[in-house]
Design a protein around this ligand. Structure first.
Ligand code: AN0
Ligand code: CP
Length: 323
């Protein structure tokens, strides 16, 4: 593996999931793999799980870790290239161009991992993934996605690992359900979850109020049902997430409070397990009774973020050895 920006960078998903499960059983088996190498973790946005789990995974592999909150600890980065005859004049609030910043960080680090969320203002701009494309172009080292505007693949891999551990049927029914939230959130986690589930042997159903359809390239072969209760019938895994509208880009169309996940809805499932990437707003998106009950996998899921990151960083380090 060179870069890890999406599932398209994964050669063998089954192997990658197994690698995470093996790392969980024996975390320090590869502690010499990253010796004397450095990973840089760049955060344009807040994080709890991604920051700590990626750092821990890197340390398990013997990597040194550099970490920076871009724009807060460092200079604001200009990402625009300009055109011939129409260069970018950096007379605004961005003091450094990504051309230099990415190249410099690439000299300090053997791998660069980046979190940069959707801004939810301009769909084409967000879906073009400029931050990642520019770092890929100018850093000269592998780039890892710690949640981009459109995807959160390390979360999706941790979700696959968690489902592998908890599934009781060869082909479980998996329901991605939209949850209510008053603030616009990105589509990245939902997009990525759908994209990865399309590569797993599951029956995938997506349910959300009308107006919240995800981009078709992420929905893939999933069945879309606008009736949440009908969608939940017989589910083995319920994956909750809020996202803002893709069609009316970045908008919260209506609060739809009735879409909250509670025990009465979980009772429609086939003894289904509840999953959420966290952070979650209690009793806004999900009732206490679900989060605190025996059906919730949210802590196991977050714990598996270490093993998903470790599996990916291991593949990248092995790739570098083979170069
Ligand atoms: C982010 C999101 O929805 O993309 C990060 C989730 C891992 N969540 C929030 O901003 C609350
Ligand atoms: N699930 C997840 O990525 O959490 P953080 O935003 O806290 O990293």
């Amino acid at each position: 593996m060179k870069h890890f920006l999406s599932i398209h960078d994964v050669q063998d998903l089954g192997n990658l999931i197994s690698s995470g499960i093996i790392a969980k059983r024996n975390p320090f088996a590869d502690q010499l793999l990253g010796k004397n190498k450095t990973i840089g973790l760049l955060f344009f946005n807040s994080s709890l799980r991604t920051r700590l789990s990626t750092q821990k995974a890197a340390q398990n592999l013997g990597l040194n870790v550099l970490m920076m909150n871009v724009g807060q600890d460092s200079w604001g980065l200009e990402l625009e290239e300009g055109e011939p005859g129409n260069p970018i004049v950096m007379n605004g609030d961005k003091a450094e161009h990504v051309k230099e910043a990415a190249a410099v960080i690439g000299r300090y680090c053997d791998i660069i991992a980046i979190r940069s969320f959707a801004e939810l203002q301009d769909r084409d701009k967000d879906y073009a993934e400029q931050v990642f494309q520019q770092f890929k172009k100018y850093a000269g080292v592998p780039i890892v996605n710690l949640e981009s505007a459109t995807r959160h693949p390390l979360q999706s891999l941790a979700d696959c690992i968690t489902m592998e551990e908890f599934r009781t049927k060869p082909r479980p029914k998996v329901v991605l359900t939209w949850l209510p939230h008053f603030k616009p959130l990105p589509q990245a986690v939902a997009n990525s979850f759908c994209e990865w589930m399309n590569h797993m042997d599951v029956e995938l159903v997506v349910t959300h109020p009308e107006g919240y359809n995800l981009a078709p390239e992420f929905v893939g072969n999933a069945q879309v049902i606008y009736d949440q209760k009908k969608a939940l019938e017989g589910a083995d895994f319920v994956y909750g997430k809020n996202w803002s509208s893709y069609e009316h880009y970045g908008q919260v169309l209506a609060l739809n409070e009735s879409w909250i996940m509670d025990e009465a809805k979980m009772a429609l499932t086939d003894n289904g397990k509840f999953m959420h990437c966290l952070p979650v707003r209690r009793n806004m998106k999900v009732a206490d009774e679900v989060l605190d009950g025996p059906r919730s996998l949210v802590i196991d899921q977050a714990a598996n973020r270490v093993w998903s990151a470790q599996a990916v960083l291991k593949e990248i380090l092995i790739g570098q050895q083979e170069e």
